[in-house]
Ligand binder design. Structure first.
Ligand code: HEM
Ligand code: HEM
Length: 174
């Protein structure tokens, strides 16, 4: 069994980590507080939606790479419950990211935003009453919490248990 994940998976992990954190931060602090009537918002929408769709495409690529490469043996914490939760947390991350992309696309279709942003249609005044908008916000919060726990778990392995877990998600000889 290899010592690390495949370098293509490692590359996708860190690239997507940056993209997802950027989308979460920009969605919360740049998009949500600004009114749709603000002309500056068009560029923010274009960047956020482009980034979100790119994350969706990379996620599909990542699942293919994941299914076709060998992984290291499951990491152990010495705590049976934590060992059982880790793979569930990883699948939750994949599912939540997919749900962010799905709810984002559903929101832009339901509100006419996609048409406004990419084809010059009329900008919706707001997203009030659109279930996908509420869903996108709730899923974003769940994703932030899960990423926070994921980072804490990685740091716990690295700094408390000192098992060199981060090197499994690093480049080098397998
Ligand atoms: C920026 C801080 C992050 C750190 C320090 C980090 C660290 C790690 C490490 C060390 C692993 C390997 C675990 C193992 O050896 O089994 C891992 C796996 C994983 N990470 Fe992260 N990660 C970060 C961000 C993210 C983000 C933002 C996501 C996606 C939302 C993510 C999704 C995953 C997934 C799904 C796996 C499991 C890989 C697999 O088996 O498919 N990580 N992460
Ligand atoms: C992983 C991908 C994505 C992440 C992490 C993400 C993240 C976020 C976050 C954190 C917010 C603010 C939520 C709130 O404060 O309630 C937001 C808002 C939004 N996102 Fe995304 N998003 C993603 C993908 C997409 C996609 C693919 C689209 C559309 C094609 C999209 C369209 C929107 C729209 C229209 C808003 C609402 C802005 C407003 O209320 O003015 N997002 N996103």
């Amino acid at each position: 069994m290899p010592k690390r994940y495949h370098s293509a998976l490692v590359f996708l992990h860190w690239l997507m980590a940056l993209m997802i954190i950027a989308a979460l931060v920009a969605g919360t602090f740049v998009l949500a507080p600004v009114d749709n009537s603000d002309p500056a918002k068009l560029l923010s929408f274009q960047m956020h939606m482009g980034l979100g769709l790119a994350i969706g495409a990379l996620l599909l690529l990542r699942l293919i790479v994941r299914a076709s490469t060998a992984h290291p043996a499951p990491a152990t914490t010495g705590i049976a419950l934590a060992d059982r939760l880790a793979p569930l947390a990883h699948w939750a991350l994949y599912l939540l990211v997919l749900a962010m992309v799905g709810s984002g696309v559903a929101l832009s279709l339901a509100s006419g935003l996609g048409n406004a942003v990419f084809f010059g249609g009329e900008m919706p005044a707001n997203f009030n009453g659109i279930a996908a908008r509420t869903g996108h916000g709730v899923i974003a919060t769940l994703l932030m919490i899960t990423i926070g726990l994921h980072i804490l778990a990685a740091l716990w392995h690295q700094l408390v248990r000192r098992d060199g877990l981060l090197s499994r998600m690093g480049f080098g000889k397998r």
